[in-house]
Design a protein around this ligand. Structure first.
Ligand code: BMA
Length: 348
């Protein structure tokens, strides 16, 4: 088992990786009891800086970039040059390709605007949006939006024309009702049809077969709730979950552990890798959060990667990763040193 793992990993790091080898490599790390560390928007801006090429809050603390970089595509559907957090899409494109070439993994979320009301993803003033996207007033507009999304995804190519395999995580946290595609805003049939429509256009019509599709409900449900709107094994590659800490350490650890335990069973049943697709504790008020809370929360389950949310430069206190001088700096170094965690340096 261990020998197989070594061969797979070194093979994946030395040759250009396609979708299948990225997935195989993630699965191998997970089965080896290791987890790739990820951070949203890491090379674009940090706790007290923005748009300075070569910087990374994570690297400034531990010496390595994260293994996984997350970016958000919200705004691509409108053809805007920047996403909802002012990150230029051209920067996302360059950093994604650069990270892939350095051996890392890239994942995209999509806080897409509300096509019916003109509001943002969080505009839940109408429960008619998904219905209108599928077969109503927004059908045509949404096709155009998908077209712009696919144009961007298709542009992720290395100089030799290799399509960069990225993890795409649309329609996330749908078990809650804070996005227009959430639980109370559409039926199960409408949700799965929305996923299928997205998949059919991007993969079927546009031929973007290198995308790795991640399903990520919110935490706080059980295995049945988790799977209630599962769009099917044919259109999902990774079983993810978004789970944040809002209360005490023990409640978070037990929520993450419990959720990952049933996801591990589901992963085995469906032949899918599992991941903690978004997590974190805003402002990280506990100095040993990395080694005493996050690590124990994930260490029992075969979690391929975890991604902590962004370190906003323009929203005081809104950070989920470490930064030089922060209260958890020493603990993050210990987290980095742990045999269980994998950073970009370990992938080369
Ligand atoms: C949220 C916050 C917002 C941000 C959004 C999309 O969780 O970080 O400030 O606009 O994610 O990145």
């Amino acid at each position: 088992m261990a020998a197989t793992a070594v061969i797979l990993c070194s093979c994946a790091a030395s040759s250009p990786k396609d979708k299948a080898s990225v997935l195989a490599s993630l699965e191998t790390y997970a089965n080896d009891g290791k987890v790739l560390f990820g951070h949203q928007d890491d090379p674009c801006y940090g706790h007290s800086w923005a748009w300075e090429s070569g910087r990374s809050d994570v690297k400034e603390v531990c010496g390595s970039m994260p293994a996984v970089l997350g970016f958000d595509l919200g705004g691509i559907e409108l053809g805007s040059p920047k996403n909802l957090d002012d990150v230029p899409f051209e920067l996302i494109r360059q950093e994604s390709i650069r990270h892939y070439e350095a051996g890392g993994v890239v994942t995209f979320s999509w806080h897409v605007r509300n096509p019916l009301t003109g509001g943002d993803s969080w505009d839940v003033s109408s429960a008619e949006v998904v219905g209108n996207v599928l077969d109503g007033a927004c059908k045509e507009k949404f096709q155009e939006w998908l077209g712009r999304l696919a144009d961007f995804l298709g542009s992720l190519k290395t100089a030799d024309g290799t399509q960069v395999p990225v993890i795409f995580r649309p329609w996330h946290e749908h078990t809650g009702s804070w996005f227009w595609w959430g639980q109370d805003l559409c039926s199960k049939e409408q949700y799965t049809a929305l996923w299928q429509l997205t998949y059919d256009y991007i993969v079927g019509q546009r031929g973007l077969s290198e995308l790795i599709w991640a399903y990520s409900p919110g935490a706080g449900t059980d295995a049945e709730g988790y799977m209630e709107r599962y769009p099917g094994d044919a259109v999902v590659d990774i079983l993810g979950v978004d789970c944040y800490q809002y209360g005490d350490n023990e409640s978070y650890i037990s929520l993450v552990k419990g959720t990952l335990a049933y996801m591990a069973d589901l992963g085995r049943q469906h032949g899918k890798t599992i991941a903690l697709t978004e997590t974190g504790y805003e402002g990280i008020p506990y100095p040993k959060w990395w080694t005493e809370v996050l690590l124990p929360a994930v260490s029992e389950a075969p979690v391929a990667y975890l991604l902590v949310w962004r370190n906003a430069h323009d929203k005081p206190g809104h950070f989920y990763g470490p930064w030089a001088g922060c209260a958890t700096e020493e603990d993050f170094k210990a987290f980095y040193d742990s045999d269980e965690t994998v950073f970009l340096k370990d992938l080369n």
